[in-house]
Design a protein around this ligand. Structure first.
Ligand SMILES: [Zn+2]
Length: 181
């Protein structure tokens, strides 16, 4: 595997172990030329996938791109990385096992939404709102309705992590006394 940093041809495997429930092998590699370190994954690929875009263009399916869009939807959500990896793998498997190796971008979006629905409602709405590109507010209301209002509390697009030391807002907080030198 060529080094992504310097292009050196002879990177070495330093560590190799199963990941994603043994659905993949994760390899840590190091480049003897520049010292660069990176990770590769070896996975079963049932078939080559081509994405048929709405515009009619075709392009090779990009697992990393799928992973990134799912990561964005799940940002700061309390979902273990292993479950996210399983979701991505499951979506890819399903896409690979349908049709003739060509999937529409709609089918990908539907598969992701299907998976997110069972995993995390907030991530589901985030992804759906981007993917479906809601033209009418009503669509969004309908979607929230189907989720039974469970998102009333935390449906913000990018919620802050809960503050560990939240206090009533009224009095300004004083810094704890620190030793000054
Ligand atoms: Zn290198």
């Amino acid at each position: 595997m060529r080094c992504p940093f310097c292009g050196g041809p002879d990177t070495q495997v330093k560590d190799s172990r199963p990941s994603e429930d043994s659905a993949a092998i994760r390899r840590r590699r190091v480049c003897p030329d520049c010292g660069g370190r990176f990770t590769t994954f070896e996975r079963v690929q049932l078939r080559e996938l081509t994405v048929l875009k709405r515009s009619g263009k075709r392009m090779p399916f990009d697992r990393d791109k799928l992973q990134r869009s799912i990561d964005v939807a799940l940002r700061k959500r309390p979902v273990e990385p292993e479950r996210i990896e399983r979701l991505v793998s499951g979506v890819v498997r399903r896409l690979e096992s349908t049709g003739d190796g060509e999937v529409t971008s709609e089918a990908i979006g539907e598969a992701v939404m299907e998976g997110l629905k069972g995993l995390d409602d907030v991530a589901y709405v985030r992804f759906a709102s981007v993917y479906k590109n809601f033209r009418e507010a009503q669509d969004f209301q309908d979607l929230l309705g189907t989720l039974g209002g469970r998102l009333a509390e935390d449906g913000e697009p990018a919620p802050e992590p809960p503050s560990v030391d939240s206090e009533p807002p009224a009095p300004p907080r004083r810094r704890p006394a620190r030793s000054r030198s």
